[in-house]
Design a binder for this molecule. Structure first.
Ligand code: MEV
Length: 320
């Protein structure tokens, strides 16, 4: 049994958006995801002298054991990590501070568990190879969402855009794109589990569905070239085509469709939902910051409350 620990430690991770390929990626095709380092989550651990291990986050404060069902991913990963590391548990307080909106397709659940496992590794002074971190986060993701591709797990701890396909090694994409994305929160929560299950059901019931997934795969491959060759207009068209398939898969909503139309009319080169859909965020590809602000204002006139800008060239400056 390991008894060594610090008195406090922290771990962090960041949010993500899926540029193209969501849902299809669950069934083995490719997807592109972008990390959003400016939208982050931190987990702090403090040793306590007595009492039970406690959890503090924006909607629960109390013993970890009594945390509500929607925090079961945290509970279970916490116990599994300690068990596998053969740690004689000391009572601690776990404090989660998250800037990632919940259930908006921005990777909140994967990022929280990533930050938790990183904090535990520092607290108990354990080595944490990336493959081990990802294994723990995937356990949390299955508890939170059911069937998942594993994409959120990879991108919430990556600093570069990722091309992901299950059963293949994820690849960093070295984007040369000028332009930026506006990420706009519809204000409605999505439900990843429900959305993924409904696509699975459609695959069983509707023969055309499989061909939608392979066509999304081809769009994703085109988008990788567009990112590398700075073809911003092509990328916008590919995003629009991807949105048509997401509509056919039944994961868009009239409200998301409306926001997407508003963004396109205000100057977006392409716009689509991002993540699981049935609520959550849309993304709009903008040729420059000025048009991005104009699109933001147009969406605000429709009641948009929260949005973020993501410049593709920020990844170029972070390349190693
Ligand atoms: C959720 O962010 C993205 C989905 O493709 C599910 C997954 O990849 O696990 C809908």
């Amino acid at each position: 049994m390991n008894q060594r620990h610090l008195t406090s430690a922290s771990g962090s991770a960041h949010g993500k958006i899926i540029l193209m390929g969501e849902h299809a990626v669950v069934h083995g095709t490719a997807a592109i995801a972008l990390p959003i380092p400016s939208i982050s989550v931190t987990v702090d651990i403090f040793a306590k002298h007595q009492g039970p291990t406690e959890l503090e986050c924006s909607y629960y404060q109390g013993p970890l054991k009594q945390a509500p069902e929607n925090l079961r991913n945290i509970q279970e990963v916490y116990h599994q990590v300690l068990q596998e590391w053969r740690i004689c548990e000391v009572p601690v307080k776990l404090r989660i501070k998250s800037h990632i909106p919940h259930e908006r397709g921005m990777g909140s659940s994967a990022a929280v568990v990533t930050a938790l496992v990183r904090a535990l590794a520092t607290f108990y002074q354990q080595e944490l190879p990336m493959t081990e971190l990802h294994r723990y986060v995937n356990i949390g993701e299955e508890i939170a969402h059911g069937k998942t591709s594993g994409l959120d797990t990879i991108v919430t701890s990556s600093s570069q855009p990722v091309l992901f396909q299950r059963a293949e090694v994820p690849k960093s994409i070295h984007s040369q794109l000028d332009g930026c994305l506006l990420i706009a929160d519809s204000g409605h929560t999505g439900n990843t589990r429900l959305a993924v299950e409904s696509v699975c059901q459609r695959l069983k019931d509707t023969p055309d569905t499989q061909s939608y997934l392979s066509q999304i795969h081809d769009l994703v491959k085109g988008a990788v070239s567009a990112l590398k060759d700075n073809q911003v207009e092509t990328l916008g068209q590919l995003m629009n085509r991807n949105q048509e398939f997401l509509q056919k898969l039944g994961v868009s909503t009239p409200q998301l469709d409306h926001l997407i139309q508003v963004a396109r009319h205000a100057g977006a080169l392409g716009a689509k939902l991002t993540g699981a859909g049935l609520g959550g965020c849309i993304i709009a590809l903008c040729p420059n910051q000025e048009i991005a602000r104009h699109i933001q204002q147009a969406l605000e006139a429709e009641g948009l409350q929260q949005s973020w800008f993501l410049n593709f060239n920020r990844y170029q400056s972070m390349e190693v």
